[in-house]
Design a protein around this ligand. Sequence first.
Ligand SMILES: NC(=O)c1ccc[n+]([C@@H]2O[C@H](COP(=O)([O-])OP(=O)(O)OC[C@H]3O[C@@H](n4cnc5c(N)ncnc54)[C@H](OP(=O)(O)O)[C@@H]3O)[C@@H](O)[C@H]2O)c1
Length: 282
Amino acid sequence: MRIFVTGATGQLGHEIPSAFAGHDIIPGIRPSFDLVDERSVRSAIEAAGPDLVIHAAAYTDVDGCEGDPERAFRVNALGTRYVALAARDVGAALVVVSTDYVFDGTKGEPYLEWDEPRPLNIYGRSKLAGEREALMLHGRCYIVRTSWVFSPNGRNFVKTMLRLGRERTALQVVDDERSSPTLAGDLAGAIARLVARPVYGIYHLSNAGSCSRYEFARETIQLAGLPTVVTPVSTAEYVARNPLPARRPANSTLRNLAGAALGIELPPWRDALRRFLETHHL
Ligand SMILES: NC(=O)c1ccc[n+]([C@@H]2O[C@H](COP(=O)([O-])OP(=O)(O)OC[C@H]3O[C@@H](n4cnc5c(N)ncnc54)[C@H](OP(=O)(O)O)[C@@H]3O)[C@@H](O)[C@H]2O)c1
């Protein structure tokens, strides 16, 4: 297959070539490919002539989106519209990567693919708008929602905890925000297995199990062998001291029912974290 990848410089985009070894990967990279410029999107995808487009690019700064909603919708909603139209017109199937933040986190148990989205913040609203653009415009489209992505490339929670753990003797981390940490490489592998099946629709692909941010931080610090003491704090207490523009869902854990029905499941998040820390000495 010829595969056009948006967001090739990002956490997930970096993992696509090894997950799709043996296929031709054509990256869409700024400035020649910019989601806010429809012509650049169309000409890059037409020139690549792909069989598949993996749309992993997004404006992923959750608090940045809250402060600049127009940019969030231009990149995440309109940009996804442009990608979907170009993919459709060249006859390529489409994977749109989306987020657990399309949910408000009040369900009290993991969200199924068919649960009603109700985003709490601009990032989630703009990503949901992107999902809908793709589903309306492209009949051969997989929406892959994932959560709490970490990898050796780019900024993520694990790398931040490792840095803070080395700088400080104690860390306070919120214990009332819950989801599933997901290793970008595991997600890329699951996407590779998914696109082998022409069963288009919405999928929830995260590493198995769930945890609070506090549990995720504690596990990271312990596995890294750092002496830092990690203690839980409520979001209300944390935000009172460190104001954050965007609200986060309390429990946006995703349940993978549709992917599991095709035999596509990711390993537990603790295994993924252990493999990550063993392989990358950050
Ligand atoms: N990170 C998470 O915890 C998380 C959780 C749930 C879902 N997701 C979703 O998963 C996908 C992959 O996330 P990630 O963590 O790999 O993202 P990331 O590391 O933040 O990378 C974002 C990518 O998007 C590109 N990009 C941003 N604006 C662009 C624009 N206007 N035109 C073209 N490219 C642009 C960036 O390119 P530059 O190098 O030029 O900036 C970068 O390659 C995204 O769709 C995200 O919404 C992520």
